[in-house]
Design a protein around this ligand. Structure first.
Ligand code: GDD
Ligand code: MN
Length: 401
């Protein structure tokens, strides 16, 4: 035999974001197989996956084993297989550890248009891979093997483990409904995603659940799901401990904070606050008997407009600077300004309505009731203003680029 072993893939370092595909790549699909002490399973899973993919997309896929320097030498066993399986590549990590980063490092080194992941321990039935691939070919951005759709299930899980699994899903629904609600099995570790959907996004999962990270941060429109039965482990041991539950909750919270644009909202609030002062000063300059002595209504209308201009300029240059810089030119800027005006005007009307609502229906008999009502109204209108300006005024559209 004069087959040569391929060398190990260098381990990517630095940020956990997914690069663009190399222009000359002919690979359609890269499948990551994360391993830790899976020496007994690796030959079998590699053999089965190669057979399946050789039938479907011969020569156009790659399998990447990412091993965290397992004591049982999984990486060596995998590397020895590369002589027989030329589509197989192996990464041996010695510094970083953990399932999620293993998958991301694998994707960073991958050359395929579609990126996937499967467990090495054969608990994920390999045949399902072709069904997932089918979903991608039909145009899905993400295809997930799920235990909770038709054809899915778990084999011999204890009541406790089922309960914990469902409990974790419920908790996820409460904290991150717009992400967890899109997946029937958010805990799945068996899925594929179009590279385009996650290119340039920094993926930084805490713990095990990389699917949640991909769904939360990726540009995912269409999700395909395929049922599968989670099989029993044949060899080796599971690495799940109670620690994973804690990390899961930390992960949910971290994503929650980064998906809600909290920093932007704070800036918006600061700018709004500066507007109050501008409004006050203008009102003084226009209406005070010692200055221009205009009528109060006329003065207030002009003062509000000047405050709106002030707020617009600051928001455009600071709060939404990243969006403004993508839509340059005076015309576009003026358009943003007009939209900002409309949103703020609608906000003003809403403010009056809410003030009346809270005062008349709830706080009429309460001491300082009108101020409490006004405070709530202002808080709600600030959120309203922020949200609609984010979605309307500074929204970046592809049109006119
Ligand atoms: N490189 C690397 N580093 N691989 C790891 C590590 C690690 O730190 N920890 C686990 N793996 C590999 C295992 O070798 C296996 O191939 C796969 O990741 C899943 O690990 P298991 O320990 O077998 O997890 P499990 O069977 O309890 O959990 C599975 O089911 C979950 C759904 O309930 C996994 O598929 C999860 O991804 C899935 O979410
Ligand atoms: Mn497993």
């Amino acid at each position: 035999m004069n087959h040569e072993l391929s060398t190990l893939i260098p381990v990517p370092f630095g940020s956990l974001s997914i690069p663009e595909i190399a222009e000359n790549s002919t690979i359609k699909f890269s499948l990551i197989i994360p391993t830790y002490n899976e020496g007994d399973n690796v030959p079998e899973i590699v053999s089965i996956l190669s057979q399946l993919l050789d039938r479907e997309i011969p020569g156009e896929y790659e399998l990447i084993v990412v091993d965290d320097n397992s004591p049982d030498g999984t990486w060596k066993i995998a590397q020895d297989l590369t002589a027989e399986y030329p589509q197989l590549r192996v990464m041996r990590r010695e510094k970083e550890k953990g399932l999620s980063t293993a998958v991301i490092r694998g994707w960073q080194a991958a050359r395929g248009k579609v990126l996937g992941v499967i467990d090495a321990d054969l608990q994920h039935p390999p045949e399902v891979l072709l069904q997932l691939w089918g979903e991608m070919e039909q145009g899905a951005d993400l295809a997930v093997a799920s235990r909770h759709v038709e054809g899915g299930g778990v084999s011999e899980w204890s009541v406790i483990r089922r309960f914990l699994s469902r409990g974790a899903q419920m908790l996820g629904l409460m904290i991150l409904p717009e992400v967890i609600g899109r997946l029937s099995d958010p805990m799945s570790g068996y899925f594929m995603v179009r590279r385009d959907a996650i290119v340039g996004k920094s993926l930084s999962p805490v713990g095990y659940k990389i699917l949640i990270e991909v769904t939360g941060r990726g540009a995912i429109r269409w999700i395909g799901e395929v049922g599968y039965v989670f099989r029993e482990r044949q060899a080796g041991a599971s690495k799940v401990t109670w620690k994973q539950y804690i990390e899961y909750i930390q992960h949910l919270l971290k994503l929650r904070f980064s998906l809600w644009p909290i920093k932007r909202f704070l800036r918006f609030g600061v700018v709004g606050f500066s507007g109050v002062f501008v409004d006050m000063i203008m009102l003084y300059l226009l209406s005070d008997p010692s200055t221009l002595a205009w009528g109060l209504t006329r003065s207030k209308i002009l003062a509000s407009e000047v405050a709106i201009v002030n707020n617009f300029l600051w928001n455009d240059a600071w709060t939404f600077a990243d969006f403004s810089s993508q839509q340059k030119g005076w015309r576009k800027r003026f358009k943003r300004f007009l939209k900002f005006n409309v949103v703020c005007f609608a906000g003003l009307i809403l403010n009056v309505l809410l003030l009346n609502f809270f005062f008349n229906l709830i706080f009429k008999e309460v001491p300082y009731g009108r101020y409490i009502s006004n405070f709530i109204a202002i808080a709600l209108v600030t959120i309203w203003n922020f949200w609609f300006n984010l979605k309307l005024s500074w929204r970046v559209t592809d049109a006119g680029k």
